[in-house]
Design a protein around this ligand. Structure first.
Ligand SMILES: O=c1ccn([C@@H]2O[C@H](COP(=O)(O)OP(=O)(O)O[C@H]3O[C@H](CO)[C@@H](O)[C@H](O)[C@H]3O)[C@@H](O)[C@H]2O)c(=O)[nH]1
Ligand SMILES: O=C(O)[C@H](O)COP(=O)(O)O
Length: 319
């Protein structure tokens, strides 16, 4: 076995846990002793169907009956549906991404919403959760907080889980489908990490939207405005603090709304661009992705403009 492989095994053994490792009362005690405050941040674009469930259940379990969360904040990312009203009715503090620090302008994207969250939240720790979750539970939040509240050397915690590929409302074969989700993870992010950033190969779900980070770190990171934010947070944290500052937690099982394959092509492009930019390979601010579709019975190119821009560290704009 190579040294690199041994290092990865050692990291995995030391920094991989499960959501049930810490009892809730122990986490509440650790939180009180540390004096840390915690914000849950949910970036949401057109998630009126699910955001109310995410906000309502988390608030009830972790704010109304315990003090684990200090605030639940939804960043409405240019939604054209009722996301704002539904999230507010469910008890979240809701901000429109475009209205946060208007002096800094606004661009579309999940990373943009997460970056903007730094200007309207107050938690020392930020926990991110997607708004399109279909199969999940509130233990995701204490699970992610465990290492951050109990191990001062940990700065970033990723969730991982079984990821079924759900067709419609039903999983046709629950056993077979349990690990079939995560197409960009398996076909882009994981190969890229293993080739270019092998020190991160111990991460089970590098793209998980459920993760937590200390504000003091997130505010110092460049943040891709679209979907590469998870990838760069891992790369930049490992470079800055070493992989020993990253932990991961088994959260059980998660299902979400799947995007169309060609839309995921744009996500994969953003991840590749951010990863190679960090190796000194520059790209244009927009990549022209040529995809191919049948039009009137013939295959024709369809050009998709994929923004690969990044916001500078938010600390530059924070008072
Ligand atoms: O412009 C956008 C697009 C998405 N979202 C929200 O971001 C979350 C995740 O978006 P989604 O389109 O469901 O992403 P996935 O296809 O599920 O992508 C996975 O992989 C991405 C790439 O790493 C991560 O950013 C995601 O969190 C992770 O769930 C959801 O709450 C969306 O509403 C925004 O806030 N703004
Ligand atoms: O993480 C991923 O790879 C993307 O979210 C796509 O996931 P899916 O293939 O389960 O839709």
């Amino acid at each position: 076995m190579s040294d690199a492989s041994r290092d990865l095994d050692a990291w995995f053994a030391a920094n991989t846990g499960a959501w049930c490792d810490h009892a809730l009362e122990d986490l509440l005690k650790a939180k009180a002793e540390s004096g840390l405050s915690v914000s849950l941040v949910v970036p949401a674009r057109n998630e009126a169907a699910t955001v109310g469930d995410v906000v309502g259940r988390v608030r009830e379990a972790l704010m109304e009956t315990t003090d684990l969360l200090d605030e639940v904040v939804v960043i409405d990312s240019d939604s054209t549906d009722d996301t704002y009203a539904v999230a507010e009715d469910a008890g979240a503090i809701v901000h429109r991404s475009a209205e946060i620090r208007p002096d800094l302008g606004s661009v579309p994207g999940k990373g943009e919403a997460m970056w903007k969250s730094l200007f309207v939240t107050r938690g020392d720790v930020l926990v991110f959760m997607d708004a399109d979750l279909l199969d999940w539970d509130t233990h995701f939040v204490p699970g992610l907080l465990g290492p951050l509240l109990t191990r001062p050397e940990i700065a970033l915690v990723k969730g991982f889980y079984e990821r079924p590929f759900v067709n419609g409302d039903a999983v046709s074969d629950p056993e077979a489908a349990a690990f079939e989700g995560g197409r960009v993870t398996e076909l882009t992010a994981r190969p890229l990490i293993n080739v270019l950033y092998p020190e991160l190969a111990g991460l089970v779900q590098p793209l998980a939207g459920e993760w937590a980070i200390r504000r003091s770190l997130f505010a110092t990171l460049s943040v891709p405005t679209a979907y590469a934010v998870e990838t760069t947070a891992l790369i930049d944290t490992a470079r800055r603090l070493g992989v020993g500052a990253i932990a991961q937690v088994d959260l059980g099982r998660r299902a979400h709304r799947h995007q169309a394959l060609r839309d995921l092509g744009a996500m994969a492009t953003q991840i590749v661009a951010a990863a190679v930019q960090r190796l000194g390979i520059s790209t244009d601010a927009e990549v022209c992705l040529r995809q191919y579709h049948p039009v009137d019975g013939r295959i024709a190119p369809l050009l998709r403009t994929v923004p690969v821009t990044e916001r500078p560290p938010a600390e530059e704009y924070l008072a």
